[in-house]
Design a protein around this ligand. Structure first.
Ligand SMILES: CN(c1ccc(C(=O)NO)cc1)S(=O)(=O)c1ccc(-c2ccccn2)s1
Ligand SMILES: [Zn+2]
Length: 379
């Protein structure tokens, strides 16, 4: 139970659960757009000796009933059929209707991989619901574009939505924060009509940039009106402006929504050096953003997401893991299997980029005012 003196959250250091096993890492390594990334992330966390400071949880594939909490059985049937070896032509036609083409090719075994990743996010959510941990981490998760009956943006099963639905069985109000460079459209769509889950996404929003949704007018509907918050940004976002915007908006969100649990997608494709070449963020921007949320001392689920510069993504999520553990890490990357990827500086943190900042202060002020008006004045 939680009322024992020495068990009070503010007295003991926070309990961090880290969900992984070799099978999950091996399957995640197969994902086409981020081949090998799961191993690189996990190896860096292990090389800094952080595994021994966390409660390690071994996941298993999500139960079909958990996946069907969100996704349609028609979509999941098609994903399973296309994932099996048998190249039954019948399913190829349906593939189109379920988004299983172009960005989301259904390669053999994709269903097992997506189920395992979802099972890891479910295990992490259950660790929080059972008060086994204060923070739970699944760096292989965070696939925010997947829709109820459609794969999208390299995402096949929306592990985030499933995890939030699991948390909702215990917590009345859940806050979702999306720090990825791209709009968290799949999670926003899932919860746009409910006042029990507030979704807040910080992302690049520009003509022709994927997925194209997430303007600040996008604020939910019906009972869910004003429970969707979007912070659309332009290229060149720097640490200082990003972190102060995150703190300002989440501060208002926390005061008005009063969540009992938080899920944060920590996509690292906004870092300088990412092939998406958009923002100028250093690892500090994401570490400071997550630290602000951690300070609320609410049950917190941390998930991965985008991040196509593998070494920088590993640096970012290792630095976040150390930050929630309150562990100070030496800046020199330890010798380990992937050490060569970290050249030429072999340092843990990255620096900011110097792309022209297209974000006008007036625009950022307007976005903040729009959020305040909706959340504090409901207008
Ligand atoms: C499908 N697309 C997505 C979808 C989701 C993401 C993402 O990271 N979401 O969080 C990124 C690109 S997309 O059309 O913008 C691209 C496909 C391939 C892209 C690419 C590939 C290499 C270098 C730069 N960009 S962008
Ligand atoms: Zn992304």
């Amino acid at each position: 139970e939680t009322n024992k003196e020495n068990d009070r959250r503010d007295e003991r250091s926070c309990r961090v659960a880290y969900v992984f096993n070799e099978e999950l890492i091996k399957l995640s390594d197969e994902l086409p757009k981020i081949k090998g990334r799961a191993s690189i992330v996990h190896s860096l966390i292990r090389s800094y000796g952080l595994l021994s400071k966390m409660r390690l949880i071994s996941p298993h594939k999500a139960k079909l009933t958990d996946i069907l909490l969100f996704h349609s059985s028609e979509y999941i049937d098609c994903l399973q059929k296309l994932s099996d070896e048998d190249d039954d032509e019948k399913w190829m036609e349906e593939a189109e209707t379920f988004g299983l083409t172009y960005d989301c090719p259904a390669y053999p075994g994709i269903f097992d991989t997506a189920s395992y990743i979802t099972g890891a996010s479910v295990k992490a959510a259950q660790a929080l619901s059972h008060n086994y941990a204060d923070v739970a981490i699944n760096w292989t998760g965070g696939w925010h574009h997947a829709k109820r009956d459609e794969a999208a943006g390299f995402c096949y099963i929306n592990d985030i939505v499933v995890a939030i639905l699991i948390l909702r069985q215990k917590f009345d109000k859940v806050l979702y924060v999306d720090l990825d460079l791209h709009h968290g459209d799949g999670v926003e769509d899932a919860f746009c009509a409910t006042s029990k889950v507030m979704t807040v996404s910080f992302h690049k929003h520009a003509p022709g940039f994927f997925p194209g949704t997430g303007s600040s007018d996008d604020c939910g509907m019906g009972k869910g009106q004003y429970y969707t918050v979007n912070v659309p940004l332009q290229d060149g976002m720097n640490d200082e402006n990003f972190v102060s915007l995150v703190k300002r908006v989440l501060g208002t969100v926390y005061k008005s929504f009063k969540p009992q649990a938080v899920v944060c997608q920590c996509g690292a494709d906004g870092l300088d050096g990412d092939p998406m070449a958009s923002f100028n963020l250093s690892t500090d921007a994401l570490v400071d953003s997550v630290q602000f949320i951690t300070n609320w001392k609410l049950p917190l689920l941390l998930l991965g997401g985008g991040g196509y510069n593998m070494a920088n993504t590993a640096r970012c999520w290792t630095a976040i893991t150390a930050s929630v553990l309150k562990e100070k890490l030496p800046s020199d990357i330890p010798e380990h299997r992937f050490f060569p990827l970290y050249g030429p500086d072999y340092e843990l943190t990255t620096s900011q980029g110097n792309r022209i900042d297209r974000n006008k202060d007036s625009h950022l002020q307007n976005v903040i005012a729009a959020v305040d008006n909706r959340l504090l004045h409901g207008s």
